[in-house]
Design a protein around this ligand. Structure first.
Ligand code: NAP
Length: 310
């Protein structure tokens, strides 16, 4: 690695938004590097099956789709580095990204760091991770073959997780704080018609019951206040995600939930810095909307560089 090299675009995060920015930027002849800490695909790589990405009529698993996106961007000359960003100076000229493998300089930066699972925030939650508490059904579901699991949440992720787990576990109990699912209608019927799926409506998890690993949960009925005990071997927490913006350290404007404020152009408050995918303010966080952002960010960066204003 040449630490004095200045890239046209540094892309932080190798999910669908990041690799689409890399593809479009590389095809435009720009000098691109993608910094990715784990593997291509980001959160998408943990998705068991994606049925709503056009062009894959039989569905595709998120890991394979991530690999394909990386390969396609690299065919056009984009580079990838397995490196975790630890500090950024986005106001500097050139912009600086410090990682655990070295320092990278760029004329522009695309932030594509995505969002991570949100925790419940109850006692012993972090201690029991890997001992009954889990955040990714596609990753950890297989440990619960023929066991009883609870899934907390009522959104698309919880619904998709519950369906996946119903094919592995003996019983799946969906715990949701409302009396109806927030998930899109396409999930409702399959869930209601799956024999081993039960619902605990108007309920939150008040306490984790455990010995050396989780043995059950104490639920609280949010209407009556009544508490009840549910025995389960696993608890999958699927209550939304929080944007990965800790590293920005106040340099970019965020909304009240911590998402980077950027519209359809992906332009942030700093010229030459763009935010794509789940990390930016938007109505609908999907793979297709992330890839659209990636294309837009590369276009914006190209225009910015053509103006020679960096
Ligand atoms: P989400 O849509 O924000 O849903 C989070 C769910 O968790 C909500 O039902 C919420 O309850 C509940 N919740 C939040 N905090 C809670 C707490 N402390 N205790 C108990 N319950 C809590 O998040 P998501 O399901 O992770 O989805 C994130 C994004 O990815 C969405 O845009 C979603 O459409 C997308 N996605 C799409 C698919 C798909 O198949 N198309 C699959 C997965 C994800 P309330 O309903 O009461 O707010």
């Amino acid at each position: 690695m040449n630490e004095n090299h200045i890239y046209d675009i540094i892309i932080v995060g190798g999910g669908p938004g990041g690799y689409t920015a890399a593809l479009y930027g590389a095809r435009a002849g720009l000098d691109i590097i993608v910094l990715e800490k784990l593997s291509a695909g980001g959160q998408m790589a943990l998705t068991h099956r994606i049925d709503n990405y056009p062009g894959f009529e039989d569905g595709i698993d998120g890991f394979s789709l991530g690999e394909k996106m990386q390969k396609q961007a690299e065919l056009f000359g984009s580079k990838s580095e397995y490196a975790e960003a630890v500090r950024m100076d986005l106001n500097a000229n050139p912009k600086m990204i410090e990682t655990d493998t070295g320092v990278f300089y760029g004329k522009t930066v695309v932030i594509a760091t995505g969002a991570n699972p949100r925790e419940l925030g109850i006692a012993r939650e972090s201690e029991l991770i890997g001992r009954g508490v889990a955040y990714c059904a596609a990753c950890d579901g297989m440990f619960y073959k023929d066991k009883t699991v609870a899934v907390v949440g009522g959104g698309n992720s919880a619904a998709a997780d519950a369906l996946l787990l119903s094919r592995i576990a003996k019983k799946v109990i969906i715990v949701h704080r409302r009396d109806t699912l927030r998930a899109t209608k396409i999930y409702h019927e399959p869930l209601m018609n799956t024999e081993n799926v039960e619902f605990r409506w108007n309920s939150t998890v008040a306490e984790l019951l455990h010995e050396d690993r989780l043995t059950g949960v104490r639920l609280k009925d949010v209407v009556t206040g009544e508490k009840s005990m549910v025995q389960c071997d696993g608890l999958f927490v699927s209550v939304g995600r929080k944007p990965a913006t800790e590293l920005l350290n106040g340099q970019l404007e965020l909304d009240h939930s911590g998402y980077i404020i950027a519209g359809e152009t992906t332009q942030t408050n700093i010229p030459g810095v763009y935010a794509v995918g789940d990390v930016r303010t938007k109505l609908f966080r999907q793979v297709v909307t992330a890839v659209a952002d990636g294309a837009m960010a590369a276009y914006m960066a190209e225009e910015y560089l053509a103006g020679d204003v960096w």
